[in-house]
Design a protein around this ligand. Structure first.
Ligand SMILES: [Zn+2]
Length: 113
């Protein structure tokens, strides 16, 4: 369900944008997806294919770029890249961390015709 509401949002934004530029069709949508956002790229394309039928974005390709999870440790003050299932500082082992990036989800650019 999470992915579906995101898809609807993407469709809304990209179609508005395409109309502004008098585009006939949206060919490609480039997304930036934080690894922490929990969005599953494969499912996204499948849902998108269904949801985009009859719209300007029908048949468009989703290009998803993953943004790694970056943290700042409050204990040793160093920044590191971590995996989604390892939420602690890899340097000192502290759980007192702040997530700097990896939660984001946004449309980076569009290719239209
Ligand atoms: Zn640390």
């Amino acid at each position: 369900m999470h992915e579906l509401s995101i898809i609807e949002e993407i469709l809304k934004i990209t179609q508005n944008e395409a109309r502004k530029h008098n585009a006939k069709r949206i060919l490609e949508i480039r997304l930036m997806v934080g690894e922490m956002s929990g969005v599953i790229p494969d499912i996204m394309q499948e849902y998108f294919n269904i949801a985009s039928k009859g719209t300007l974005a029908e048949g468009a390709l989703l290009k998803i770029k993953k943004v790694p999870i970056k943290i700042k440790c409050q204990n040793c003050c160093k920044e590191s890249i971590i995996k989604r299932n390892k939420v602690k500082c890899p340097l000192c082992g502290s759980y007192d961390i702040k997530i700097i990036s990896g939660r984001e989800f946004y449309i980076d650019s569009l290719e239209v015709e």
